[in-house]
Ligand binder design. Structure first.
Ligand SMILES: [Zn+2]
Ligand SMILES: [Zn+2]
Length: 385
């Protein structure tokens, strides 16, 4: 009896395999079947616009469109966080590769009305032009406002061999530079599609410098339909000013540290927050990288690696801040070094549980959505990728 049962099961399995092989053969060889499948996938993708509901569901949402750093990481774009609430999308930092990550989350790019820059390092501004042009293509028909820091107070740098001085530009100049770089692209698109379809006003980007506050002050940079975002100074010396942001909507609060070493202002403005997204560079892991780099006879690279340690926060230090501030959820972003497997994640998190105490902590990833529903103290984490 048992032998007969095995035979029946074996026969069914053989039939299933045979059918799968036939189906594969049909899909791979019959164009009309391929076309029908493609239309089906496109329809599913187009109807999957459910993320637009995040704008109007009454909650405050933060989506990570870049959780990496300048060190190449196959899964992480550079710094980028989308704030979604009250019918608006505000982007905080536009690091290289981050537009693509934002688009993959199927968020409505045309609803982006403002970009905030924590500071002007390249890993925070590289995709500014892409965010501007792509949000326009996706339906934004008014100019895009971009807020960021003023120029360095006193760079005092020697000019280069051609007499060019560095450190003379702030956000206004950066925005002007991007506008110039994308001017031809804007013209091409208007000429090609027509001004009725690509409203010329939407091609414009307008820079604003954040009024530098005192060390213990918040300065409001965005206040629309109940969504309020304020800037505060952090310590990313010698990059000055550099900002963190406090986001408030419907009684919920999220704080972003920006790039900073462990600093008191993040703790102060995170008091009682629902969420703290903090940058994190594991000092011990970066120090481990220095040995092999030196062996490659690259003292220059070794020095630069060492320099990164002194203006970034370790995961343990960020956990101490979150604990002291009583933050519900701590999420690491701007992660250094790249975490390529479970072992490196384990090393990255060494000592974090002890420092964090009872509070939640997560390693951020591109596509992560953190939702803070209105009228609730819940913190919900999901994945939009
Ligand atoms: Zn930086
Ligand atoms: Zn950075």
């Amino acid at each position: 009896m048992a032998g007969r049962g095995v035979k029946i099961v074996g026969g069914i399995a053989a039939a299933v395999v045979a059918l799968a092989v036939i189906a594969y053969g049909v899909v791979m060889t019959v164009p009309s079947v391929q076309d029908a499948l493609m239309v089906r996938v496109i329809k599913a993708r187009l109807s999957d616009r459910s993320q637009a509901a995040l704008l109007t569901d009454g909650g405050l949402h933060l989506a990570i469109c870049g959780s990496g750093s300048p060190m190449p990481d196959p899964t992480r774009a550079n710094a980028c966080t989308a704030v979604i609430a009250g019918g608006h999308i505000v982007i905080i930092d536009t690091g290289p590769g981050s537009w693509k990550k934002f688009a993959q989350m199927r968020l409505p790019g045309g609803k982006i009305d403002t970009i905030l820059l924590t500071h002007l390092h390249s890993d925070h501004i590289g995709d500014l032009g892409e965010f501007a042009v792509q949000s326009w293509i996706n339906g934004r028909d008014k100019p895009l406002d971009i807020f960021g820091p003023a120029k360095l107070p006193s760079p005092a740098l020697a000019p280069d061999s051609e007499g060019h001085e560095y450190g003379t530009s702030g956000t206004l100049d950066v925005v002007k530079g991007f506008a110039l770089a994308y001017d031809a692209d804007s013209a091409y698109r208007i000429l090609h599609h027509g001004a009725d379809y690509l409203i010329p006003d939407g091609a414009r980007i307008v820079g604003h410098e954040i009024q530098t506050p005192n060390r213990d002050e918040l300065v409001t940079v965005y206040d629309k339909d109940g969504l309020k975002i304020s800037a505060f100074l952090v310590d990313h010396h010698p990059i000055e000013p550099a900002y963190g942001f406090r986001v408030e909507y419907a009684g919920r609060v999220a704080v972003l540290s920006g790039d900073t070493k462990k600093t008191e202002s993040v703790e102060r403005f995170s008091k009682g927050a629902d969420l703290l997204i903090h940058e994190a560079l594991n000092h011990d892991m970066v120090k481990l990288m220095e040995g092999p780099v030196k062996e490659l006879n690259s003292p220059r690279l070794s020095k630069m690696l060492n320099d990164t340690i002194n203006y970034h926060t370790s995961p343990v230090e960020a956990a101490e801040i979150a604990k002291a501030a009583g933050v519900k959820l701590l999420v690491y972003s701007h992660i250094v070094p790249p975490l390529v497997n479970a072992l490196s994640e384990k090393m990255f998190m060494r000592g974090v549980a002890e420092a964090r105490g009872d509070g939640d902590v997560r390693i951020g990833h591109d596509g992560m959505l953190i939702s803070l529903p209105a009228g609730s103290d819940k913190v919900e984490v999901s994945n939009l990728n």
